[in-house]
Design a protein around this ligand. Structure first.
Ligand code: PLP
Length: 399
């Protein structure tokens, strides 16, 4: 035996994976997994979008050789993504100040940005929302940063503690890296209003903070355009800007790992220097990204009828989630009239901080085979017309 491994400690299990394992082992046919982070359709299945099927049919027909992609990814993909994220008619795109590199999902984009930032601003600290997607902290820590949290969720109002958030932005050191959820905050579902974003952008810009927008759910909030507004507004405010985006959810392409890191620079010349250094980070990590998912997304985005189909299918997912939010609230009103769940309708994206306590989540699991995260986070996209009544009855019984 080697001393190399003998002293290794067992790492803690991923909490969300643990939920899925327990769910899989559960024999109750009425079991429901609300702990997941993926979109399910009304039949409880992960959809394969029609636009993806059609793009794949086009790609298969070509029987193209599987060469390496460029370090920064497929050019057609990077261009289409940049137009989607910043806007084709935006100053940053038109003036060629934007840098886009295909990345291995949104996670890969965040890690790429984090590794790159560590080279540019090694002494800066990172600030994430409290709470945030559970991987944000680990990801930036693994890039060597100290990670702090700014106030975000207010359990009392079930909304954003905006005064606390703004105060944190106004007191953190210049050069701090601030991670913001562009839309559909994970895990809470609580987003900022346009007016609150105005104040955040003002604070970030005037205090010389480095904004890093994570956009993993574009199109799941109020629509592709509306959800992208925050990115556009930050880009217009000027200054360095990092944006990670993902198509895992919006194209239902989870396992293909399609995302991108987008950076706004102040001139075309600066952008080309940024890209040259970003390529070194990529080259020493994984050399160049995988090809298939990027080809699919580029084909859909650049083919008008497929693009329209995608927008319609994405709208279908968004609307179905909203219907589930409405049904959740109205059904609970009947079953548990003493409680007010109206905030669930205000929340955006796939998730809801339901307000259920850890004990209530435990009872749902043990008595009803309904699985949720201990924090009370439920995936609204895992509800459907068949399971919602059972879920509501169970929730009403543990309140
Ligand atoms: N950022 C947030 C806020 C997320 O919720 C997720 C996925 O759940 C990601 C990033 C990562 O996306 P991907 O699966 O494309 O790596």
């Amino acid at each position: 035996s080697s001393p190399l491994f003998s002293a290794i400690e067992m790492a803690p299990r991923d909490p969300i994976l643990g939920i899925t394992e327990a769910y899989n082992a559960d024999q109750n046919p009425a079991k429901v997994n609300l702990g997941v982070g993926v979109y399910y359709d009304d039949n409880g299945k992960v959809p394969l979008l029609e636009c993806v099927k059609k793009a794949e049919a086009i790609l298969i027909e070509k029987y193209a050789p599987r060469t390496y992609l460029p370090i920064e990814g497929l050019a057609a993909y990077d261009r289409a993504v940049q137009d989607l994220v910043f806007g084709a008619d935006s100053a940053v795109v038109k003036e060629k100040r934007a840098v886009t590199a295909q990345a291995i999902g949104g996670t890969g984009a965040l890690k790429l940005g984090a590794d790159f930032l560590k080279r540019l601003a090694p002494d800066s600290e990172v600030w994430i929302s409290d709470p945030s997607w559970e991987n944000h902290r680990a990801l930036f820590e693994s890039a060597g940063f100290k990670v702090n949290a700014y106030p975000y969720y207010d359990a009392a109002t079930r909304g954003v503690n905006f005064a606390g958030m703004l105060n944190a932005l106004q007191t953190m050191p210049a050069g701090s890296i601030v991670l913001l959820h562009a839309c559909c905050h994970n895990p809470t579902g609580a987003d900022l209003t346009n007016e609150q974003w105005t104040q955040v952008i003002e604070a970030v810009t005037s205090r010389g903070l480095i904004p890093f927008l994570d956009m993993a759910y574009q199109g799941f909030g109020d629509g592709i355009e509306a959800d992208g507004q925050v990115v556009r507004r930050f880009a217009e405010a000027g200054g360095a800007l990092f944006v990670s985006n993902s198509f895992s959810k919006s194209f239902s392409l989870y396992g293909e790992r399609v995302g991108a890191l987008n950076i706004a620079a102040s001139s075309a010349e600066e952008a080309s220097r940024v890209m040259s250094q970003l390529k070194r980070v990529i080259r020493t990590n994984y050399s160049n990204p995988p090809s298939h998912g990027g080809q699919v997304v580029a084909t859909v985005l650049a083919t008008p009828e497929l693009r329209q189909l995608w927008e319609d299918e994405l709208a279908g997912m968004r609307v179905r989630i909203r219907e589930m939010r409405n049904a959740f609230v109205s059904k609970l009103k009947t079953k548990a009239p003493a409680q007010n769940f109206d905030f669930v309708i205000q929340q955006r994206g796939m998730f809801s901080y339901s307000g259920l306590s850890k004990e209530q989540v435990g009872q749902l699991r043990d008595k009803h085979s309904i699985y949720a995260v201990d924090t009370g986070r439920i995936c609204v996209a895992a509800l459907n017309s068949k399971n919602i009544d059972g879920v509501i009855d169970a929730i009403a019984s543990v309140l």
